[in-house]
Design a protein around this ligand. Structure first.
Ligand code: SAM
Ligand code: SF4
Length: 471
């Protein structure tokens, strides 16, 4: 990217490394310190923990200080164009580092690696290694190839790889909450989405390894796991005895690890979420009453063009089931895309009216970004002007903010149970944690420690946070 030359203060500081002598370069070329930076969705952050585990098994050590790294790995996202811009920009910073330390290895992992393949090595001279999401077991061999002076690439997508037997090394962990990957890839072909091409076919991890990971986390003091997949409701695994395990069964098995271990999951697909899952959530107090249910649009015409396989009416029926089975308190959040191909003002109004009907607790909202190779790029026209996309996106965000505030106000004056996650960002005198429906609560510290469950009286709120006092 030629147009991204201005470095931020933070990035300039990243460049402020001592020059490395030739002797040191030789020493460094045998070094095994790896610095990993992760971008994008929770799946990518979870993958970096698998990568760290594989590298540590092979004698590498990780460092959080880029200045002392022999290898820099960027675990990348390709979901929107600006996610890729960010990585190209970051590579510029590392180009300066490499000029000072030619033995430095730079590798690109994840979705951008899978999407661009050898193009990345051709376009970004600094890149030595490219590894797609299913090639992480091969990383030690790829790093060996690089230390022999070659460029190394593996972007093979597997139909079986789940990294099920790898115990992730928790990175940036608070010691209380952890992510557990239960499946990989996606078989849906939403026309706007690059994921099926960068992460391959859907496959589910075996139940015993998921349960073993959750049990171990609990023994280590973790009190919350989030089960991750692009479409968790299509989790499917068959035991050697031929027993079919679906997502509801898996959820139940994880809930039974301990009543003190909270269970969350993401992402649910509106076409697949079943009442069986909702009833399983209701049955166990430790399965958190919160559902992330991306809608993408409120217009049936746009949903059809997106090939989401549901209508607005179907989606609203799922919301009705959530409310009937889990009640008003269950948190519901959305993903929404503004300005998809051919979207009219009427379609946009349908999205706003869907928001108004559901009144979500929270949302991730995006302007449509055309991705090369997707069905939308091949067959539809990205014809909504940028300023119209941005205006519609802002209208969606503004409405969501009103609903988030309203949904938070519902909790004011109530006593809530909070799992303590650590110090509040703003004050060391306050703790923060979450209630079961995923709302953040901040309160003045008492005698509790991270990982404790406490009761808090909610006294007031903002659109993002509940504030209160220990009971
Ligand atoms: N599997 C999840 C689902 O089906 O809802 C979502 C996975 S995707 C990593 C996260 C979100 O990114 C999507 O729900 C969608 O709102 C957004 N997204 C995906 N492709 C996009 C694109 N081309 N432009 C804008 N937003 C996009
Ligand atoms: Fe992408 Fe659709 Fe799969 Fe989600 S379900 S990852 S949006 S293709």
């Amino acid at each position: 990217m030629q147009d991204l030359k201005v470095l931020t203060k933070e990035e300039k500081e990243g460049l402020d490394v001592p020059r490395i002598s030739e002797d040191q370069v030789a020493e460094n070329s045998f070094g095994k310190k790896v610095y990993i930076e992760s971008y994008g969705c929770q799946m990518n952050f979870a993958d970096s923990e698998v990568v760290t585990s594989i590298l540590q098994e092979n004698g590498y050590v990780t460092t959080s200080n880029v200045k002392e790294a022999h290898t820099i790995l960027l675990n990348t996202c390709a979901i929107r164009e600006n996610a890729e811009h960010k990585i190209r920009h970051r590579l510029q910073v590392f180009t300066h580092l490499k000029a000072k330390n030619p033995a430095l290895t730079v590798g690109i992992l994840g979705c951008m690696a899978e999407r661009l393949k050898t193009k990345l090595i051709d376009e970004e001279k600094i890149v030595d290694l490219v590894a797609g999401p299913d090639a992480y077991r091969d990383l030690p061999a790829l790093l060996d190839e690089v230390s022999d002076g070659q460029k190394a690439i593996n972007v093979f997508l597997s139909r079986e790889e789940t990294y099920g037997n790898i115990e992730p090394v928790r990175l940036n962990s608070n010691g209380v909450t952890a992510m557990v990957s239960i499946m990989r890839g996606c078989d849906n072909m939403c026309t706007f989405c690059v994921v099926p091409y960068t992460r391959g076919r859907e496959r589910s991890r075996d139940l015993p390894s998921i349960i073993a990971e959750c049990e171990k986390l609990f023994q280590q003091g973790y009190r919350e796991v989030t089960l991750l997949g692009q479409n968790v409701d299509s989790y499917k695994w068959t035991s050697e005895e031929g027993q079919l395990v679906n997502f509801a069964h898996l959820l139940e098995a994880v809930a039974l690890v301990s009543p003190l271990l909270r269970v969350r999951f993401s992402t649910s697909h509106p076409k697949d979420i079943t009442d069986e899952v909702l009833y399983t959530m209701k049955k166990y107090d430790n399965i958190c009453k919160n559902i992330h249910l991306p809608a993408q649009s409120g217009s049936n015409r746009i949903l059809e063009l997106m090939k989401r396989s549901y209508t607005r009416e179907w989606y609203l029926d799922r919301i009705k089931s959530i409310r009937n089975i889990l009640g008003e308190e269950c948190g519901v959040s959305q993903d929404m895309i503004a300005g998809f191909c051919t979207e009219t003002e009427e379609d946009h109004q349908d999205t706003l009216s869907l928001l108004a009907e559901v009144e979500y607790d929270f949302g991730y909202m995006f302007a449509y970004s055309e991705r090369p190779g997707t069905p939308a790029e091949k067959k539809l026209t990205d014809d909504v002007p940028e300023e119209v996309k941005m205006r519609r996106l802002q209208e969606i965000i503004d409405l969501q903010r009103i609903h988030s505030a309203k949904r938070n106000e519902m909790w004011v004056g109530r006593k809530v149970q909070v799992l303590v996650e650590g110090d509040s960002k703003k004050s060391k005198l306050h703790h923060f944690g979450k209630i079961d429906s995923n709302k953040v609560v901040v309160f003045p510290k008492g005698n509790e420690v991270k990982g404790d469950y406490v009761f808090v009286n909610v006294t007031h709120c903002t659109s993002g946070t509940l504030l209160g006092e220990l009971c």
